[in-house]
Design a protein around this ligand. Structure first.
Ligand SMILES: [Zn+2]
Ligand SMILES: [Zn+2]
Length: 332
């Protein structure tokens, strides 16, 4: 089969790879569409020691079962493979399973024509749903999970809250769209890439700002979602959060700098780390995307899988406006 392989730092190679073999309890999937994630970019730059080349990246995938109990079914993949028997898994917090694995990390990912994955990781796609929309399930579920964690601790209902989302990549943007669906009226999205700000402005009605030029209002937001997760954005998040507010930390850009823990203490700011999603978050997100609750999704850009290397290069150079590039094998 053909696959887009991460072969070295800043090098993606479209080449022939051995066909995956479905082991016991696995299904074999013919991939249709797969999104490029910020974490794939991170790996491509050589910044993720868990992803060692040569490796097929990609985990935001949609395809059709070609071998398995549900052959012929179109499915979204839950890329998180968990043990199913630990306290976390049994408690419905599979994202915290200590032996979790992710496709495109220690095992082959979905930038390929085929992938083998456990049957229990398949979620049926609603009839007629475009593949590029269904491919947003994984980043969308990351946003939904973050919003649900925030909802537990905000002092007023979310719909009465003011929200700041830092970063308009797909996770940030989908977080903002989920907040809008929850009834949040005042949503500000901070994004440094001018091309991306322009594109998002065309498709969504959030207030966008360039945080390098204009700082978000200080001590103003009930909840701040940091979908970047860098030293600078964490610092901004503390400044922008009002007393009694909540910071939800999603991004994993770096582990540098320090947060003003004294200010956070005196202003009773809650800090929540959030990682991925549960299987239920994925199902709920797929349904939301399909219902139109998250808008038209016209900001997705589709490209063929064999042109994936160029997409990675453009994303790196900041030349890509789209918050999400979805690669397609051309096989629906
Ligand atoms: Zn992802
Ligand atoms: Zn487990």
């Amino acid at each position: 089969m053909k696959a887009l392989v991460y072969t070295a730092n800043e090098e993606m190679t479209y080449r022939e790879e051995p066909e995956p073999v479905a082991g016991h309890g696995d299904a074999l999937i013919a991939i249709e569409s797969v999104g490029i994630c910020g974490s794939d970019m991170h790996a491509y730059l050589g910044h993720d020691e868990r992803r060692v080349p040569p490796l097929i990246l990609g985990h935001e995938a949609v395809g059709t079962v070609v071998e398995g109990t549900s052959a012929g079914q179109r499915v979204v993949l839950n890329p998180l493979i968990t043990c199913g028997v630990c306290d976390e898994c049994l408690g419905g917090r599979q994202n915290l399973c200590a032996s979790r694995d992710l496709i495109g990390m220690y095992r082959a990912g979905a930038f390929a024509e085929k992938i083998a994955i456990p049957e229990q990781n398949l979620i049926p796609v609603p009839e007629g749903m475009p593949g590029e929309h269904a491919a947003l399930t994984e980043p969308g579920a990351t946003g939904l999970h973050a919003v649900l964690l925030a909802e537990r601790v905000v002092s007023r209902p979310l719909s009465e809250s003011r929200a700041l989302v830092i970063g308009a990549g797909s996770v940030g943007l989908l977080t903002a769209l989920i907040l809008r669906d929850k009834g949040v009226e005042e949503i500000v999205v901070a994004e440094t890439n001018a091309l991306r700000r322009e594109l998002v402005e065309q498709h969504c009605d959030f207030k966008l700002l360039d945080p390098t030029q204009e700082k978000p209002q200080e001590q103003y937001f009930d909840c701040v979602f940091d979908a970047v997760g860098g030293a600078v954005t964490r610092e901004q998040a503390v400044i922008a959060t009002r007393s009694g507010g909540v910071i939800v930390h999603i991004g994993l850009m770096d582990n540098k700098g320090s947060m003003d823990v004294r200010a956070m203490t005196l202003r009773e700011i809650t800090f929540i780390g959030t990682y991925t999603y549960t299987p239920v978050d994925l199902r709920a997100t797929l349904a939301k995307l399909n219902s139109g609750a998250l808008g038209s999704l016209g900001w997705i850009e589709q490209r063929p899988l064999d042109a994936g290397a160029a997409a990675f290069a453009e994303l790196l150079q900041g030349k890509c406006a789209a918050p999400k590039v979805v690669l397609s094998t051309g096989k629906a």
